[in-house]
Design a protein around this ligand. Structure first.
Ligand SMILES: Cc1ncc(COP(=O)(O)O)c(C=O)c1O
Length: 399
């Protein structure tokens, strides 16, 4: 049986009723996933349907300004517009192999919902998506896309009406429907085996990026930087570099507005350990262990918890985690649009902002690789409603 923990973090803290489907997924991971037939079918889908490999793009204008070479791993160019499709194709294929006919999923920004709805349509499965009512409003274009793709979208009115509440609703659905249904979990968090399963499907990001960087730059990057919501694009980007001690791994959390007393989405920096959604990991909670509401301008980062492997990477010091405020992410969004002709997702803009605002922390003439996890089409309404920041040289957030 595979390891359920990353150091002290992880585990499987779920109601007894969820153990059978989780054990079924774990068995499928061990017995079906590594086999040549599964790998061939997934490889074909990733190449011919999703559009892998994605390019590694050098940013000439920003590199000139920064004094080191900035590379973007272009997950934004994938079918459906974000890295989420790497995971949903894998999980949908696995679910089908174990006889499931229906997928349920949670979504925050809507990217995982769209990617799950696409995978379900492609593989002939039914699909139900749970989305916080707040997110249904702020990411409306993705709600329409999910419906076009044949999914039923349920707006979840409880709690903060965001991702945390959507996950609760999806877990409740799964308890009742496990005979026919797979819960296609969208990030490298949740109960075992999801953190490992999602990392397995997202690790393609770092595998490709490592090879591409060796080929194009002739060396490994000095740093790999990725935004962290639940942590799937970051762990996918980091995994191939984990043994390369000379490569810094930097995750970037959302600090929200940064105003005193306001909510954030930075459990690794500002939280403490506890259990949320079936795993022991860092999370935002009050002194009584009640989950604190999170906030970020980017729906995909708006989550009070984080995947357990990131808590472990932080505890061991192998990765470090910074924070970026809403306004700095918006500034980075505009800067990438204008300088390089690329419209990033607001989530990915956090990773980029960290690099732009802390350029002096990276070696001159070095190579910095940012995972551009998604494209920003879904965010245009939000960006338009926030005035263009005019103090672009302002120092970013610590650490
Ligand atoms: C484009 C994009 N990037 C990043 C994230 C954050 O998720 P994760 O931390 O699992 O990569 C999301 C979540 O919706 C997203 O849509």
């Amino acid at each position: 049986m595979m390891d359920r923990y990353f150091g002290d973090y992880g585990g499987c803290f779920v109601p007894e009723l969820l153990m059978p489907p989780l054990l079924e997924v774990e068995r499928a991971m061990e017995e079906i996933l590594p086999g040549p037939a599964f790998q061939r079918d997934l490889g074909e889908l990733l190449a011919d349907y999703a559009g892998r490999p994605t390019p590694l793009t050098r940013c000439p204008t920003l590199s000139e300004e920064l004094g080191f070479t900035l590379w973007l791993k272009r997950e934004d160019l994938l079918h459906t517009g974000a890295h989420k499709i790497n995971n949903t194709l894998g999980q949908a294929l696995l679910a089908k192999r174990i006889g499931k006919t229906r997928l349920v999923a949670e979504t925050g920004a809507g990217q995982h919902g769209v990617a799950t709805a696409s995978a379900a349509a492609r593989l002939g499965m039914d699909c139900v998506i749970y989305m916080g009512a707040e997110d249904v409003q702020r990411q409306a274009s993705n709600v329409h896309r999910m419906e076009m793709l044949g999914a039923r979208v349920h707006a979840v009115e409880g709690g903060t009406r965001t991702l945390k509440d959507a996950i609760n609703a999806a877990l409740r659905d799964w308890i009742a429907t496990q005979a026919t249904t797979h819960y296609c979990f969208g990030t490298a968090a949740g109960p075992h085996p999801f953190p490992t399963l999602v990392r397995t499907f997202q690790a393609v990001i770092g595998r490709e990026a490592r090879q591409q960087c060796m080929k194009k730059a002739g060396c490994l990057p000095d740093a790999v930087v990725a935004c962290v919501g639940g942590g799937s694009n970051a762990i996918g980007a980091f995994h191939a570099f984990r043994e390369d001690a000379e490569v810094s791994l930097i995750g970037v959390e959302a600090a929200g507005t940064g105003e005193p007393g306001c909510f954030n989405s930075a459990p690794l920096n500002l939280g403490s350990p506890g259990v949320l959604h079936g795993a022991y990991s860092m999370l935002l909670q009050n002194a009584d262990g009640q989950i604190e509401p999170s906030h970020s301008v980017s729906a995909g980062l708006d989550y009070p918890g984080v995947g357990p492997e990131h808590s472990h990477l932080k505890a061991t010091g192998r990765a470090t985690y910074g924070m970026v405020r809403d306004a700095r992410a918006l500034a980075a969004f505009h800067r990438l649009c204008r300088a390089e002709g690329i419209v990033p997702a607001l989530e990915s803009s956090h990773a980029l902002a960290y690099v732009l605002d802390h350029a002096n922390r990276f070696p001159a003439e070095g190579h910095v690789l940012v995972c551009l996890s998604g494209r920003g089409d879904k965010d245009l309404g939000i960006v338009e409603s926030h005035p263009l920041p005019d103090d672009d040289n302002q120092e970013g957030d610590r650490p």
